[in-house]
Design a protein. Structure first.
Length: 136
């Protein structure tokens, strides 16, 4: 049996894929725009990642020119669902590297917001994972 994390990593688990998804969350991009958004990514690697994301149903390649053939890349709804996980991962990476915490901040005071486990049935926030969480 495959875990949820195994399944997710099988779809997006290589070095540059999450950066491509992150760039596409801001809206459709052409290949050259993606190269500008992710400057250290080699063109052949970007092509491979886009093809993989398209096969996995996370990205759509939409033609905008027939001669020469040119594509615009758009995130699908399934790809958009990765946004929350990407923001959590970016926030963790920022904290671990000693940088400014990325992600949403409270408008009134500027403090970075924290993610909490919330039970919609009990309407209760679960702060202590050891006591209140059970992974299924």
């Amino acid at each position: 049996m495959t875990s949820g994390l195994d399944a997710a990593m099988a779809k997006v688990g290589d070095r540059w894929t999450l950066l491509v998804v992150d760039a596409l969350l801001d809206g459709p991009r052409r290949f050259s725009e993606l190269q500008g958004d992710i400057p250290r990514l080699a063109p052949n690697v970007l092509t491979a990642r886009l093809r993989r994301l398209e096969r996995e149903g996370l990205v759509l390649a939409v033609p905008y020119s027939d001669r020469p053939p040119r594509l615009e890349y758009r995130i699908t709804e399934a790809g958009r669902e990765l946004a929350g996980a990407l923001r959590l991962l970016a926030s963790w990476g920022s904290r671990e590297s000693g940088g400014d915490v990325e992600g949403p901040h409270h408008r009134a005071c500027g403090t970075a917001l924290e993610t909490r486990w919330f039970c919609p049935t009990c309407a209760r926030i679960t702060d202590n994972a050891d006591d209140d969480l059970r992974w299924i």
